[in-house]
Design a protein around this ligand. Structure first.
Ligand code: SF4
Length: 443
């Protein structure tokens, strides 16, 4: 490699973070929210409601904004989705509620459901220590929940609706899972995630942080509780399996995002390569740009048609200045004491559809950071001999109740679906909370 790649020192203080990671979609002002809510047709059998995995009554909450009843609007949202605030910021609404709005049929802009939902939820949380319901008298039943991400949070809140004690265990120091650690700050700031979880804590949910649950601890938790909910998410990001992968300067997309959100990331290289083309890869690439990298490019083995990122995320990344290299594979990560480049080869699709390297096409690219974003491994080893059926790395559940093949265990979220949206995890957690209550003889 020729000249060394330089690094920029980061000082992620709150004002600096706010400047770098301003809202992707700015919040509505009061008057604009009322005008937008009055555009809604309040459809009967509203398709936006069907498209939402948690089935928020969209016309109901929008109508309450139009009539100035913000508390009632937030209540309508929280009745269906306890993480209504974070979902209003993190949901891919273009392919969910807003994507199904009837306005499309009339060649009009869809109702800005997410921004209206955020408007109502921001007002709710800004009003202080409010809770969406008062839990009933204690049922005497208790449930341990493994993982403090969206699925467990939604399940725990649902259990509290039934008077069931809920205790969440998580290895990390903060709650929220991907909501706190893995979603780009310009979509969902860490402080907003924690504010929402504080509301769930006020419902009587207990948290134990810094608590790694292995198979031995799981056995103890099973013995001490009436049921166990597994909402442990996915495991580590896959490795490439090439030389140089353990060099300093090689990281992964989730660590990069968690690093800048929590202040653990202290430097960003001027040149960053992100390997992969999913939504998390794009979040990491955009973050690198906003943190000050001059050149950020994504390297993907196939073309734009095959990338798993949503098309609006792809367009957003291009606007941020991320460059894309299609049909390229990494054959090595270069450097001695730390990364100073990647070795890249061009790929082409053979007659049987597989990818093959183009002869004599290898070249080196100078980079100071390599960010891996090629999918996550499964995370079920800690289940030990609990007797849960695992297929293709996913815990098998009854989709209606969340119950596993061991009747005392329920599960939901990424560890059961392989990695979907926050709102899918919330829907899973809510269903499992009801499933557990029914199984324990609650409502
Ligand atoms: Fe309103 Fe669109 Fe939903 Fe109809 S589909 S209720 S217009 S947001």
């Amino acid at each position: 490699m020729s000249e060394p790649v330089t690094f920029h020192k980061l000082s992620p203080t709150p004002p600096e973070m706010a400047a770098k990671f301003g809202d992707l979609h700015p919040p509505f002002e009061q008057q604009a929210a009322v005008v937008e809510s009055n555009r809604c047709l309040y459809c009967f059998d509203a398709p936006c409601m069907t498209a939402c995995p948690t089935h928020i009554d969209v016309p109901k909450f929008i109508k309450k904004i139009a009539t100035g009843n913000l508390a009632g609007s937030a209540q309508a949202i929280l009745d269906a989705n306890i993480l209504g605030a974070s979902c209003s910021r993190a949901c891919p609404v273009d392919v969910l509620c807003e994507g199904s709005c009837v306005m499309h049929r009339y060649n009009k802009q869809p109702i800005e459901i997410a921004r209206l939902q955020r408007f109502a939820m921001d007002a709710f949380h800004a009003a202080g220590d409010r809770v969406p319901f008062v839990p009933p008298a204690a049922s005497g039943k208790c449930v341990a929940l493994i993982g403090a991400g969206p699925a467990s949070l939604a399940c725990a809140a649902e259990l509290r609706r039934h008077g069931i004690a809920a205790t969440i265990y998580d290895a990390r120091p903060l709650p929220g899972g991907l909501n706190s650690y893995g979603i780009a700050e310009y979509k969902l700031p860490l402080a907003e995630s924690l504010r929402e979880i504080d509301m769930i804590r006020r419902l009587g949910v207990e948290f134990h942080f810094g608590t790694t649950v292995d198979s031995a601890r799981l056995k103890k938790l099973e013995a001490a509780h009436d049921a166990v909910f597994i909402g442990a998410g996915l495991g580590a990001i896959h490795k490439l399996g090439v030389a140089g992968e353990d060099l300093p300067g090689v990281t992964n997309a989730l660590d990069l995002i968690a690093g800048y959100k929590t202040g653990a990331l202290t430097h960003i290289s001027e040149r960053v390569a992100v390997i992969g083309a999913g939504n998390t890869a794009i979040d990491a690439a955009n973050a690198a740009v906003r943190l000050g990298a001059e050149e950020v490019f994504m390297v993907y083995r196939r073309g734009p048609e095959q990338m798993s990122a949503f098309s609006f995320e792809y367009e957003h990344a291009k606007q941020e200045g991320v460059r894309f290299h299609w049909y390229k594979g990494i054959t090595a990560i270069e450097g001695t004491d730390r990364v100073d480049g990647i070795r890249v080869t061009s790929l082409e699709v053979s007659s049987d559809g597989s990818l093959v390297a183009v002869a004599s096409s290898e070249f080196s690219v100078r980079v100071g950071m390599v960010v891996l974003a090629i999918g996550q491994a499964t995370h079920t080893g800690f289940l030990g001999d609990a007797g849960l059926t695992i297929e293709r790395g996913r815990i098998v559940i009854d989709r209606a109740t969340g119950q596993t093949s061991n009747a005392k265990y329920f599960a939901g979220g990424d560890c059961t679906n392989g990695g979907r949206e926050v709102v899918d995890a919330v829907a899973d957690g809510k269903r499992a909370g009801r499933g557990i209550a029914a199984w324990l003889g609650g409502k």
